[in-house]
Design a protein around this ligand. Sequence first.
Ligand SMILES: NC(=O)c1ccc[n+]([C@@H]2O[C@H](COP(=O)([O-])OP(=O)(O)OC[C@H]3O[C@@H](n4cnc5c(N)ncnc54)[C@H](O)[C@@H]3O)[C@@H](O)[C@H]2O)c1
Length: 501
Amino acid sequence: MRPTAWIRARLDRGWSLSSLGANEARILFDVAASAAAVGAAVGFLALFVPGSTSFRQTAPLLMAPILFIAWNVVAGLYTRLRIAAWQRKAVVLFGTVTATSVICVLLGAPAAGVVLWGLIVTAPVILGRLFVALPFSRHTSLVTTLVTHRHGPVLVLGGAGYIGWHTVDLLLGRGYEVRVLDRLMYGRESIAEFVGHPRFELIEGDVTDITKLTAAARNASAMIHLAGLVGDPACAVDADFTRHTNIVATRMAKEVAQSLGVYRFVFASSCSVYGLSDGEVDELSAVNPLSLYAQTKADSERELLHALRDDFFVTVLRFATVFGHSKRPRFDLVTNLFTAQAMIEGRITVAGPDQWRPFIHVRDLARAVLHVLEAPPEIVQSQVYNVGDRRLNMTIGQLAELVATVSREFRDSVTVTLREQAAPDRRNYLVSFEKIRSHLGFQAETGLADGIREMARNFASGSYQNYRDEVYSNVATTLRAVETFYDPLESQRLYTPRRVG
Ligand SMILES: NC(=O)c1ccc[n+]([C@@H]2O[C@H](COP(=O)([O-])OP(=O)(O)OC[C@H]3O[C@@H](n4cnc5c(N)ncnc54)[C@H](O)[C@@H]3O)[C@@H](O)[C@H]2O)c1
């Protein structure tokens, strides 16, 4: 963030204690402890060391809080050591207290007062760090205040996508600053309306481009990871590219988030990790990925939930099968495809009508992300949630009938035809959404009929191009991206470190 933008944002936030950023809270605490220690030391000198409170002698002591903060800044206590273990911080603080004391004595402060200052200030600044690191205090709002930037922008990786558009729209509507990092595989039209918004920033680039990722994560308050290749057909185009885009990118995003102190991380996984199951599955059920796409989601989850620091708050959201309108429309999703077939051709073609699917409207997914973002971090830390709503579990056959019924409000004669599956889709799962309902109070707001109706209305008003057009195709877009991936010039542009600024 530019200094002027930071100053403006700081002034906007006001000066109440609850508006403090993480570092502001730390520095205020250290200044307060140090100033209180100066007060105690000067009082001690006045009472017990006659003749020691002349201006020449007390002035260096009064400078102790400033010197102490300056040493802490130089030692990196508010920057790179912010996330270090408390023992390391204790050693550094001991060093900065000693350095401050030595300078005060050299400047002429009475040794007794300086020693007393050092003893008094050491206790709160070191014990404070120990207290924050203790297990019982890890889950308090104190920790949240101390370790999280609560005021930086929310970084949305893949914010120009189908779910990303709704997420950005919702975040901006709630007053957040939003930064998007997206390689714009589907163009920039979806987010054109946000460009120019005072709280919106777009960085065009790949998540695996470390320079861009680092720039995007700087000063962010949270990272929402929606970028990646979506769906079985697109992920089957090139296995290496898929793993790179879905797993390597996730690993890099986690590393950069942790390194830059972006402590909240929300990851978009998928209920397809459950694969095939007989009964209802919940978050404790074994995963059984049946495709490379589902496998990359399972691997990414493991990557994210593995070897976590206590102050890194990761939440994995396993999205149900999405439906509904977005500024980046998708017609590879079964509900949207059926609606397109019904509205354009008047005939829905169904394969595997008895398979169960859990459905959820795309806007509700963005709401779920927001629920997580606004929940106390200790509740959502390292949690996996299925995101959907029991009321929207349905078989593919039932869905086709529902789409046909709703589409008949807009046009005559919509039929449903069964066909054999060329390559059978073996996924069949009933999912429980009890955990997200009971933990976070999340329930869907948009039902299937309303979502289908909204899309049908968009078809009727001509908002979409031909739904079979390449601009909507994940596979065609992935094929183009794969070419770029293997083009050495393009790789060089993406991955060679560049001079910044
Ligand atoms: N839509 C669903 O049914 C569904 C279901 C479950 C999970 N999900 C997950 O939700 C996330 C978002 O899905 P969506 O439907 O919005 O997909 P989408 O394809 O519409 O959006 C993905 C966005 O990410 C960007 N992107 C892809 N790879 C990138 C990279 N390496 N660097 C930068 N940007 C990159 C694309 O340009 C695109 O804008 C995905 O991770 C997906 O797997 C989606």
